[in-house]
Design a protein around this ligand. Structure first.
Ligand code: ARG
Length: 470
């Protein structure tokens, strides 16, 4: 080995090493460039650990006090931007500990008693993901409120409901908005459930087998706001389910956002004109002066890919890993960080867009009445009035639709005589009934079944959700 190659061995673990790592090894190995985001959690974990060690008589109280003070100094240095993060310190755990030791000396070297970076990173990352679950719940709740406000404003505005993006039946704007409230509520509960499941503290599992020191894991778990300590030390350091659950919940939530984003792109187009997006969430074109592009919606539609990509990446990292910790697992953080950032940005942007969007009520109504949207109402009416089996009523109505299509008119423009030519049972006294049934307002009002689109049903769902959200 030449003298140049003999870079310094790592001060934390380099006892058995003759030389330091290759520069490229350092680049692969170091996580400090991204896991520095865990500094707060790392310091909180260390504080809890040191206090417990002192309470158990493993550290002296004066050492623990020096560590506590020193960690507070490190925290304020990092927050003030005065902290020098160096790649040779590998990760946030070593960076904090080595700075602590620079500040307080000997006691700093005692902090790592009865723990390992394996349980340390597990606890730091859990704390971080737990916080993100809370942020997601908050962001989703805000979006639910935005959809609720839209629903309340337009509980009885009529719009076309689609299947296959073909006009299906008239629905109410409020009903459509409330569909998203339901989706978001499930998203919220996924984050709440995941949080409850992850709220166990791995600190004290040490490297993998637990420790010979008489630690009190209940105490550290409590200090860090966990419900209890994890029950198996191997699982504690090998588990990343909490991150996978977060990514899965985030992926489903982002999928919902991307569906509404797509609706906004369609609805704001000149062909639909169902909504107007505000200037705050759109951009212009540098060449076409008339353009108002729904960029935020388009970006949200796309950003789902990043979150799903992160989930796939972490599943791929974890699959097939033997117990317990493997360095592969260091690849967990960037994925989760990026997914969380993307989700939070998406939630905030979508909430803004939903709050600002203006439904074009007349256009919605006109569109609702076109495309033979009340054909099902006519079939239902034939069942009720003539006692036809639904299949037959469906066929009669289909024939009437074809007739109207050939004539280039709506169902309401057909005369009673024309209708009678398709089914002899239709007679003059039914005149009023049939045309009433073909109107979009009656159509939506008639759908009173629980969870249906009638304004009454929608209003009662709005009331239920408002009470639940408080
Ligand atoms: N930086 C590491 C990670 O993110 C911390 C744990 C390192 N443990 C180890 N045995 N090398 O996973």
């Amino acid at each position: 080995m030449s003298a140049d190659d003999k870079t310094q061995a790592n001060a934390m673990w380099g006892g058995r090493f003759q030389s330091g790592p290759d520069a490229i090894m350092q680049a692969i190995n170091a996580s400090i460039s991204f896991d520095r985001r865990l500094y707060k959690q790392d310091i909180a974990g260390s504080r809890a650990h040191a206090a417990m060690l002192a309470a158990q008589g493993i550290l002296t109280h004066s050492d623990a006090e020096a560590i506590r003070e020193g960690l507070l100094t490190v925290l304020s240095e990092i927050e003030a931007g005065d902290f020098l993060f160096r790649a040779e310190q590998e990760d946030i755990h070593m960076a904090v500990e080595s700075r602590l030791t620079e500040i307080v000396g000997e006691p700093g070297k005692r902090l790592h008693t009865a723990r390992s970076r394996n349980d340390q990173v597990a606890v730091d990352f859990r704390l971080w993901v737990r916080e993100q679950c809370d942020a997601a719940v908050e962001g989703i709740t805000a979006m639910m409120r935005a959809f609720l406000a839209q629903a309340e404003a337009g509980a009885d505005w009529v719009m076309p409901g689609f299947t296959h993006l073909q006009t299906a039946q008239p629905v109410t704007w409020g009903h459509h908005m409330m569909a998203y409230v339901e989706m978001l509520a499930r998203d919220r509960s996924r984050f709440t459930d995941a949080r409850a499941r992850m709220n166990e503290c791995p600190l004290g599992a040490a490297a993998l087998a637990g420790t010979s020191f008489p630690i009190d894991r209940q105490m550290t778990a409590e200090a860090l706001g966990f419900d209890r300590p994890t029950a198996n030390s191997l699982d504690s350091v090998a588990d990343r389910d909490f991150a996978l659950e977060f990514l899965s919940a985030a992926g489903i939530c982002a999928m919902h956002l991307s569906r509404f984003a797509e609706e906004l792109v369609i609805w704001s187009s000149a062909q639909f004109r169902f909504v107007q997006l505000s200037d705050r969430w759109t951009t212009g074109s540098s060449i076409m002066p008339q353009k108002k592009n729904p960029d935020a919606a388009e970006l949200l539609r796309a950003k789902l890919g990043r979150i799903l990509g992160a989930a796939v990446a972490l599943f791929t990292v974890m699959k097939g890993l033997p117990l317990t910790y493997s360095k592969d697992m260091q690849e967990d953080k960037e994925q989760v960080f990026d997914a969380a950032d993307t989700l939070m940005l998406g939630l905030a942007a979508m909430t803004g867009m939903v709050s600002d969007m203006k439904a074009q009520v007349e256009n919605l109504r006109t569109a609702a009445a076109s495309g033979f949207s009340t054909a099902t109402d006519l079939a239902d009416w034939l069942v009720r009035e003539l006692g036809l089996p639904f299949r037959e009523a469906h066929h009669v109505t289909g024939t009437l639709v074809a007739m109207a299509e050939t004539k280039g008119c709506d169902l309401t423009d057909l005369t009673l005589d024309e209708m009678r030519s398709v089914h002899g049972g239709i007679h003059n006294s039914m005149n009023e009934g049939v045309f009433q049934v073909l109107g979009v307002d009656n159509s939506v009002m008639s759908r009173q079944s629980y969870g249906g689109t009638s304004p009454d049903q929608v209003r009662s769902q709005i009331a239920r959700w408002k009470a639940l959200l408080g």
